[in-house]
Design a protein around this ligand. Structure first.
Ligand SMILES: Cc1cc2nc3c(=O)[nH]c(=O)nc-3n(C[C@H](O)[C@H](O)[C@H](O)COP(=O)(O)OP(=O)(O)OC[C@H]3O[C@@H](n4cnc5c(N)ncnc54)[C@H](O)[C@@H]3O)c2cc1C
Length: 803
């Protein structure tokens, strides 16, 4: 062991060894992996080793595909057998709702380039002759599934990494860490201190403790997980081939072959956490005591689904621990605020995701970018609220218990709520607000005035809340609607160098004083990094409005690019709130609350002004996401409740209503407006959408300019379009494929029923060379005709908001 390394990776599980492999393969050779005990001695050694490519997030799905394809490569490079069994896997549908869901999933997987197959009960029986077909309607089969030998796979990564120059030291616990004034890390280990430029926390079950060493509290906790392995089963001995893996979704169990027996794993509805603070340092390759009583309800279902289990001996019971995050995806990337401290932990599917994490983290460390849109795995998708133990336990328990349970698009799950609330929470609840949650903040989805006992039923189709949303949309178009903008992020940028810095940060021109602009923000590779709204309050003072849930992500980016002096950036998101008010009556309403001339001539579209709104000093901007005349009013949180009362009071006779997220979606789809995480992501470029119109290529240098100029010349491959769908009783969900003659030529980014125009609408990216073809779009797995609208279906000239 030398005294200096470029990179120290802490942890020799499937994740740490994959990172060592990728870094050294891509050219960084001075990399040391430190392992407390032996390789695999965390969760990895006793994993069931199952793998699959399927994931709701298309980028993660494609990266899981990368992980699976990599196994042959590391086996060849290392000479170490990875014990790969590509058995194929089938998920069972035993209810009509599940069957519909599987059909919809199959269709979405086509967008992700994954070919899965709906199979009949008889086909399932051929793949796995020991399954009882009671209630089985069919299944979804994926041939790209199977299981690995955890030990062999980890040693294949490490063996290949060693050949690329990577170093590994075993039996050497990292004890402490500190960052030196020169930015390098002192890593104190049992075998001495190492100086490293970069540190990677891949410490699995101990990741939280290793985070604590540098003052970071990671939202990750171990949980217990059981499986059993049987002795040989006569039916399988007689069979001259391996059976397919089977997941009984309604039964909470998965089964995979294991020699001539099977392995049956359980995702019980009554899960248990284990050592939330991280495993004890002494914890070795030992199993936790089995708790068969606790998992017996699910075991019973499993033993009925696979009746041979009732007559065969159990070779071993395994109760082990592995780590969970609130949404079940890993935590990857640079920790905000800590230079060159990287995490790669919280991984519950190491055999599907280990390669993906190694690839993207290595890209990130070496080139400053993960190379893919991995927001779904990025540590910066969480804020500090997520590391609270009560919240973390509630969310991870919910995730674990619902691992195989259908999640409906209109469902709002209860765990960890309410966490953050606006001062209006109760007032809005009193008038029928039904809340959803964004980054811990409660936010109304819609209102049920006069029907306080209304219950919404989970469904893939149009929900029974349809009528409430319709009423909000119509009132906004004909009178006024008010959306509480608690889920906006607000930043103030000020200082002598603020203009120069922002000009470099965003691709549009900056607004003049008193004006507002939509400003795309790009990465150096030309992909999107934000769709900011910038207001200029003075020569040297700006406000940025962006999405609330992107705060850590955007602040990491801002801070990474901040000059040493001349610019101050303040995150005001939890200190300021407000309302987005829009509709033809909104000017009259505002005029009743301010002592300012609100006429169009005095306060036109895309202008901003600080003014007193009744007793509150507010920043008011003239913009709207609904396409109506509108104002966004921003006030300190302490004034939010009083402002609400004043607005409601003044708006009563003008027909003002409260509106929620769902109405907003309907209204924006009628205007063909995109939003972040749907139409705009770091996976897309501005050339694909109307955001290209906001780029000012000749304004001087800005981040991503070269790439944007190149795209301007070559054009993008896909275009954002609005589809009018001939839908029956449901809109297409995100990532539903758009097809021409059965071939996928695009995919949906978001959809809503346009209540005012009475059309089913979707935004979609479609291949440029297919734009003139007739299309269908899949709705719950079935193709429906659709057409591209040449212009937004409501107020195409945009006259209403400029009135
Ligand atoms: C019962 C069970 C069944 C499972 N089934 C599957 C499955 O079918 N498919 C699947 O994909 N996944 C499965 N998993 C999950 C899988 O095991 C994990 O996703 C994976 O092992 C995580 O790997 P890791 O490298 O992140 O963490 P770990 O394997 O926990 O590795 C972390 C390593 O860091 C080392 N370390 C920690 N702190 C220090 C320190 N201070 N200094 C030095 N070294 C340190 C530890 O000793 C350990 O070796 C299962 C897990 C269990 C327990």
């Amino acid at each position: 062991m030398k005294s200096h390394y470029q990179v120290v990776i802490i942890g020799g599980g499937i994740v740490g060894t994959s990172i060592l492999y990728h870094l050294t393969k891509f050219g960084w050779k001075d990399v040391l992996l430190i392992e407390r005990d032996e390789l695999t001695s965390g969760s990895t050694w006793h994993a069931a080793g199952g793998f699959h490519a399927q994931n709701d997030d298309p980028t993660i799905a494609s990266l899981q595909g990368y992980t699976i394809r990599l196994y042959k490569e590391i086996e060849a490079e290392s000479g170490q057998n990875v014990g790969m069994h590509m058995t194929g896997g089938v998920s069972l549908a035993t209810t009509p709702e599940r069957w519909e869901m599987l059909k919809a999933e199959k269709s979405r997987f086509q967008t992700m380039n994954m070919e899965t197959h709906l199979v009949t009960p008889q086909e399932i029986l051929e793949m796995c002759p020991i399954v009882d077909l009671k209630n089985v309607i069919g299944g979804l089969y994926d041939e790209f599934e199977g299981y690995m030998d955890p030990h062999g796979t980890t040693h294949a990564y490490s063996g290949a990494a060693r050949k690329h120059g990577g170093k590994i030291v075993l039996k050497n616990r990292v004890l402490e860490m500190k960052q030196n004034p020169d930015g390098q890390w002192s890593v104190m280990t049992e075998q001495g201190t190492i100086i490293a430029q970069h540190v990677v926390n891949a410490a699995g079950l101990w990741a939280r403790k290793v985070g604590n060493m540098v003052g970071v509290n990671l939202p990750v906790t171990p949980m217990q997980h059981h499986y059993l392995v049987t002795k040989d089963i006569p039916e399988l001995i007689a069979l001259n081939r391996e059976i397919a893996s089977v997941t009984d979704l309604e039964g909470f169990t998965y089964l995979q072959p294991d020699r001539k027996g099977v392995l049956l794993g359980v995702y019980e509805r009554n899960p248990r956490h284990w050592k939330t603070e991280g495993a004890d340092w002494e914890y070795g390759m030992t199993l936790l005591p089995t708790d068969i009583d606790r998992i017996s309800p699910e075991l019973e279902i499993g033993f009925n689904r696979f009746p041979v289990l009732q007559n065969v001996g159990i070779r071993k019971w395994v109760n082990g621990a592995f780590t969970f995050t609130p949404d079940g995806n890993p935590l990857v990337g640079p920790v905000p605020g800590l230079k060159n401290y990287w995490v790669a932990c919280g991984c519950m599917g190491g055999f599907s995701q280990g390669g993906a994490i190694g690839l993207t983290l290595a890209n990130w460390m070496m080139h400053g970018d993960p190379g893919y849109d991995i927001f779904g795995m990025d540590i910066a998708r969480y804020g500090s609220f997520a590391s609270n133990d009560f919240y973390l336990k509630a969310k991870t328990a919910q995730f674990y218990a619902r691992r195989f349970v259908i999640s409906y698009p209109n469902e709002e799950l209860p765990a960890g709520r309410p966490l953050k609330m606006s001062p209006n929470y109760d007032a809005l609840k009193d008038v029928g607000a039904l809340y959803g949650v964004t980054w811990g903040m409660e936010t109304p989805q819609y209102f049920t005035p006069g029907q306080m006992d209304f219950v919404e039923h989970p469904t893939l189709r149009r929900p029974n809340a349809f009528g409430f949303v319709e009423a909000e949309v119509v009132s906004t178009r004909e009178a006024a609607g008010m959306f509480e903008s608690a889920v906006y992020a607000r930043y103030e940028v000020s200082g002598a160098a603020a203009e120069k810095w922002l000009n470099y940060l965003v691709a549009s021109k900056l607004p003049k004083v008193g004006r507002v602009k939509l400003a795309p923000m790009l990465k150096p590779n030309g992909n999107l990094m934000g769709d900011l709204t910038i207001s200029r309050l003075a020569d040297d003072r700006f406000w940025i409005i962006a999405s609330y849930y992107l705060q850590e992500w955007h602040m990491r980016w801002f801070n990474d690019h901040l000059p040493a002096s001349g610019v101050a950036i303040k995150n005001l998101s939890d200190n300021w709130m407000g309302f987005a008010l829009s509709g033809p009556c909104s000017r009259e309403l505002m005029s009743r609350l301010v002592d300012v001339d609100m006429s169009n001539a005095s306060f036109p579209f895309l202008h901003c002004r600080e003014m007193d709104v009744v007793s509150t000093n507010a920043l008011v901007t003239r913009i709207s996401l609904t396409g109506e005349l509108g104002y966004e009013i921003n006030v300190p949180v302490t004034h939010q409740r009083a402002l609400y009362a004043a607005l409601m009071d003044a708006g009563k006779e003008l027909g003002l209503v409260n509106i929620g997220n769902r109405a907003l979606d309907s209204l924006r789809l009628e205007k063909s407006y995109g939003i972040w995480n749907a139409e705009f992501t770091q996976g897309y470029t501005p050339g694909m959408s109307y955001l290209r119109n906001f780029i000012v290529y000749d304004k001087g240098d800005f981040i991503g300019r070269d790439a944007a100029l190149k795209e301007k010349e070559t054009g993008a491959n896909q275009t954002l379009v609005t589809l009018r769908v001939d839908a029956i009783d449901a809109e297409p969900s995100p990532y539903s494929p758009v097809k021409h003659a059965g071939k996928v030529v695009g995919f949906v980014t978001s959809s809503a029923y346009g209540h005012y125009v009475k059309q089913s609408l979707a935004l979609a990216y479609v291949d440029n060379d297919a734009l003139n073809d007739p299309f269908t779009v899949d709705v719950i797995g079935d193709p429906r005709p659709c057409v591209i609208l040449k212009e937004p279906s409501y107020d195409p000239k945009g006259e209403k908001m400029r009135m």
